[in-house]
Design a protein around this ligand. Structure first.
Ligand SMILES: NC(=O)c1ccc[n+]([C@@H]2O[C@H](COP(=O)([O-])OP(=O)(O)OC[C@H]3O[C@@H](n4cnc5c(N)ncnc54)[C@H](O)[C@@H]3O)[C@@H](O)[C@H]2O)c1
Ligand SMILES: C[C@@H](O)[C@H](N)C(=O)O
Length: 341
């Protein structure tokens, strides 16, 4: 089979690999669509993330969907021919976090496209049947692949306890911010403000229904939301990982409001006015990956409540994966996708 393999920082080669065979509790998925995530681009550019390095060739890609072509002998809930979204993390199922349903925090999770666990930019993936999710006929594998970033949005909105009628600020109009915005709306948010620094991204957010689009280069975000929404927002969801936007997300909630940090700012220091946070009694929460979100993501996609396909700007076949990664880095591009046919 073909597999796009990161061999060194900046070098991806489409190589021939042996097709995997499913174990007894696994299914073999013929991969159809794989989204390009910012973390794939980071591994591609740097060959490392924090203290983790790519020492062996690694297949990237963790936003994937395809069709089941073979099932292991113990698999009962998934059948050959099913279209499925692949959940990219296989947790240990033994630790306290796994046993209490918070398997996104499992310290021994094998997560696709991180050193030691190949990702999905390849024609076939053998994966535990428990971590593939059947797609209904109305949800394409193109959309199904994006259950992963939709799940990041669902986790953030759950962590934020968004309630009907809430006013929500989302910093960042990349895939995570835009999809979190859709999920927040589906959860009942009445007003949503989106912040970015790229005009095309702000226009995109407005076209998708943001009530207010704020350019962080020109406006004081906290002042802008207070002008528009009174004491501040009920919930801020930070989806940039950029220190100025993180500061804005911490400043924007009303007293007793919530700020949920999704964006990752490795090696960055963010000044935090703890006095202000305490005085306003703001809940600051992290949101890491996701747990028990795929069925919700699929229901939202089936109901047409999430415009996942509308985030895709670049779509190229696996043989042009290098071009796709370069295009995905362009500032106006929200989401790149690799197709297998
Ligand atoms: N916590 C998690 O589990 C998790 C999962 C996936 C992604 N992430 C992180 O979430 C963040 C968003 O992911 P993404 O894929 O949408 O990233 P992205 O880079 O595609 O989008 C980020 C957006 O933020 C905007 N931005 C950058 N600096 C800004 C600033 N100062 N003010 C306002 N906007 C600014 C960019 O223009 C861009 O549109 C990243 O940090 C990513 O690493 C976290
Ligand atoms: C959750 C996933 O989308 C994220 N990029 C990660 O690697 O953790």
């Amino acid at each position: 089979m073909k597999a796009a393999t990161l061999v060194d920082a900046g070098t991806m080669e489409v190589r021939t690999r042996e097709q995997p065979e499913p174990g007894p509790s696994e299914v073999l998925v013929e991969v159809r669509n794989v989204g390009i995530c910012g973390s794939d681009v980071h591994w591609y550019d740097h060959g490392r993330m924090g203290d983790r390095t790519v020492d062996e060739p690694l297949v990237l890609g963790h936003e994937s969907a395809g069709r089941v072509v073979e099932t292991g002998r113990d698999v009962v809930d998934v059948a050959v021919g099913d279209a499925v979204a692949i959940e990219p993390g296989i947790p240990c199922e033994q630790c306290d976090y796994c046993r209490s349903g918070r398997y996104n925090l499992c310290p021994d999770v094998a997560f696709m496209a991180t050193p030691g666990t190949d990702g999905a930019f390849r024609e076939y993936v053998a994966w535990p049947a428990d971590y593939v999710h059947t797609l209904p006929p109305s949800v394409s594998t193109r959309e199904g692949a994006l259950c992963e970033p939709v799940s990041v949005g669902i986790q953030a909105v759950r962590r934020a306890d968004v309630e009907v009628g809430d006013t929500v600020l989302v910093t960042g109009a990349g895939p995570i911010g835009l999809l979190a915005m859709d999920v927040a709306r589906a959860a009942g948010a009445a007003n949503i403000a989106v912040v970015d620094i790229i005009p095309a991204k702000l226009e995109r957010a407005a076209d998708r229904g943001a009530d207010l689009a704020i350019d962080n280069r020109e406006a004081d975000v906290a002042a802008a939301v207070r002008d528009e929404f009174g004491a501040g927002v009920d919930v801020a969801i930070e989806a940039t990982g950029s220190p100025p936007a993180i500061e804005s997300a911490l400043e924007a909630p009303r007293p007793d409001g919530t700020a949920v940090l999704v964006g990752l700012a490795p090696n960055e220091t963010v000044p935090v006015d703890t006095f202000e946070l305490v005085r306003r009694q703001v809940d600051v929460r992290g949101s890491y990956r996701f747990a028990n979100t795929y069925s919700t993501a699929i229901s939202l996609l089936e109901a047409g409540r999430i415009d996942a396909a509308g985030t895709i700007d670049v779509e190229l076949p696996i043989d042009r994966i290098g071009d796709a990664f370069e295009r995905a880095k362009e500032p106006d591009v929200v989401k790149g996708m690799i197709t297998m046919d």
